[in-house]
Design a protein. Structure first.
Length: 195
């Protein structure tokens, strides 16, 4: 079993300057993805575009998943107190206007992105083709700008996906119950007339 020390060592090694995560200033697209992902802002216009494309039901469900996932991520971060990567003077980190001091685990932008992306995949696979790269871009941006440890982002993605899957299960059972009640309402007069 991997302990906290092993995770920290893995995280430290993965954030070293490399081809995958250079320490220089990120591309403006990566910076924009990281900034707009905070607070779930990025997903509102994406859902709007989905609605304009005739996918209103999917847009509503995906935004709901993101809205539910966001406070879940914040609640977990209140319980899990983890320091942020100490790279304050690195160009990759200085590229962001934000200086968060909240717990690093989980990455709340990753939680929200994964919830939105998973809900999209469950509702509309066609839309998921366009949304999934955005989810991955957000996850990468939080690493590339050194705001989170890799396990923060991975944990956030897993939590967000779990929230969306749970919401879909609850929604399906609620729809099944609603359908059953409609059938009961339709059948009841038939039996009451013959009693």
């Amino acid at each position: 079993m991997i302990g906290d020390d092993e995770f920290e060592e893995l995280d430290e090694e993965s954030l070293h300057d490399s081809d995958a995560l250079p320490s220089g200033r990120p591309d403006p697209i990566i910076i924009a993805a990281s900034v707009t992902a905070r607070g779930g802002v990025l997903w509102v216009p994406v859902a709007g575009l989905m609605a304009l494309a005739g996918k209103r039901k999917a847009a509503k469900r995906t935004l709901t998943a993101a809205a539910v996932a966001m406070p879940v991520g914040h609640l977990i971060s209140l319980v899990v107190h983890r320091r942020r990567p100490s790279v304050a003077n690195m160009p990759a980190r200085l590229a962001l206007p934000e200086h968060p001091d909240s717990s690093s685990f989980p990455s709340k932008p990753a939680v929200t992105a994964a919830a939105f992306g998973t809900a999209t995949a469950l509702e509309d696979r066609e839309a998921a083709v366009f949304v999934t790269p955005l989810v991955l871009l957000v996850a990468h941006s939080r690493l590339r700008t050194r705001v989170h440890w890799p396990t923060d982002v991975l944990g956030g993605l897993l939590i967000g996906a779990a929230v969306a899957l749970a919401q879909a299960g609850i929604g399906r059972s609620a729809r099944a119950r609603a359908t059953a009640w409609r059938l009961v309402a339709m059948v009841r007069p038939v039996f009451s007339d013959h009693s």
